[in-house]
Design a protein around this ligand. Structure first.
Ligand code: ADP
Ligand code: MG
Length: 399
């Protein structure tokens, strides 16, 4: 789960992290009122969407030479003008994809006199089983380019979970950022605060870009991206309350209601599979046969008619889907029950695209008979390879 920049900053502030003053706004009037409460004379109006790259982004509705989703305003009047330009419009950044994202919230924040921009992020590094802190002197809007062309400018410091954040970690961060004196001390403090917040909130990613040194010698967090381990959300109702469903794919929200693990992808073959491993294998074999999956979908252990129907409906919301491959292993669930579910669901949604079904496991023959006698144009498949070839051939015929 992700949150907006202003929400992440409010969470971090509770851990003592230095952030510039700022107020979120949903309307132009609220943006103006927010600016009036801030000290000024410089303000920054920031589009709040769950995607980075806003500064270099472009609004679809504005002229090509218009500025992006992070605008420096020199007066309350400018804040008002920028809020009018941004709210309701669609911001396209390197992270939103071509469709962009509609800006429904703004963050009006204090303009900071920046001396230098740094980069600091944290992720759970699965290879080491530790939290990795990634820091660079080259913060700002081009960190991806730095990682690509000058990776030596990025340092990684891993923290042993049993030991926690030690003073030497703080010194390593300061050294990697080439800071000395009071700034080095501040870097150690902020790194420790961020690490504490990361653990306490069960984050899986926290990115500060930029972390800035101000002209008057302070380190401040200017931009934050934060995401949370969904397995730990039950421990954080306050974080769950920050969820902004308008930022999420409606199909994924619908899927979560039925306890289906669904992730939309760019291909044209809808997949309905039980078990994440089998779902991955199914996607792989579709690619191996030259087409692309339209989604990842794990219906889980109990593939009931209700769940299968919901899954069909969710897959078919995607206009790119030209065919569906159902690949189900009847272990705990029996194949005949699954087949009943598939037939009922296919009839209910009035399925118009080719459907290939591969069943394996308990009562497989009864299951196949149900599909064959259903009167529906279901193409049976014997194994994974056969299923993939059949669905690829079917969607190519349609196209
Ligand atoms: P994004 O990463 O989505 O482009 P940022 O919040 O990082 O958005 O803003 C982009 C750039 O705008 C920053 O690298 C920084 O130079 C500038 N900026 C952001 N917030 C402020 C601020 N409060 N004061 C001054 N400059 C800012
Ligand atoms: Mg940024």
């Amino acid at each position: 789960m992700n949150v907006h920049e202003y929400q992440a900053k409010e969470l971090l502030a509770k851990f003592g992290v230095g952030i510039p003053a700022g107020i979120a706004a949903l309307t132009v009037e609220e943006a103006v009122a927010a600016a009036k409460q801030l000290p000024g004379p410089l303000y920054v109006v920031k589009a709040q969407i769950h995607a980075g790259g806003r500064g270099k982004g472009k609004f679809k509705e504005l002229p090509a030479d218009a500025k992006g989703g992070v605008r420096l305003a020199k007066s309350v009047e400018e804040v008002e003008a920028f809020a009018k330009e941004m709210l309701g419009n669609t911001l396209v950044t390197v992270q939103t994809g071509e469709a962009g994202k509609q800006v429904n919230r703004l963050y009006v924040t204090d303009g900071v006199d920046i001396a230098k921009e740094y980069y600091l992020s944290m992720v759970v590094d699965r290879a080491t089983g530790r939290v990795a802190m990634i820091v660079s002197t080259e913060g700002g809007m081009d960190i991806e380019e730095v990682a690509h062309s000058t990776p030596e400018k990025i340092a990684t410091i891993t923290i042993d979970p049993a030991q926690g954040f030690m003073p030497h970690h703080g010194r390593a961060v300061a050294a990697a950022l080439k800071l000395s004196g009071d700034l080095a001390k501040q870097a150690g403090t902020i790194a420790k605060q961020l690490f504490t917040a990361f653990n306490a909130l069960d984050c899986d990613m926290l990115e500060i870009n930029p972390l800035v040194e101000t002209k008057d010698g302070n380190l401040l967090v200017l931009d934050t991206k934060m995401s949370f381990d969904s397995n730990a959300l039950y421990r954080h109702p306050d974080v769950v309350a920050l969820r902004d469903e308008t930022e999420e794919d409606p199909a994924e929200i619908e899927a979560s209601k039925y306890d289906l693990a669904y992730i939309k992808l760019d291909g044209n073959i809808g997949c309905m599979v039980n078990g994440a491993g089998l779902a991955m294998a199914t996607m792989d074999i579709i690619k191996l046969n030259g087409e692309f999956p339209a989604n990842f979908l794990d219906v889980g252990g109990g593939a009931t008619t209700e769940k299968v129907t919901a899954a069909f409906k969710i897959i078919l919301r995607d206009p790119a889907v030209k065919g569906i491959l159902v690949n189900i292993f009847g272990g705990i669930m029996k194949c005949d029950i699954i087949a009943d579910g598939i037939v009922a669901a296919a009839k209910e949604v009035n399925l118009q695209v080719p459907l290939v079904v591969r069943l394996e496991g308990t009562n497989v023959q009864q299951g196949k008979d149900i599909l064959a006698n259903s009167g529906l144009p279901i193409v049976p498949a014997n194994d994974l390879g056969d299923a993939a070839q059949k669905i690829v051939a079917a969607v190519r015929k349609v196209a």
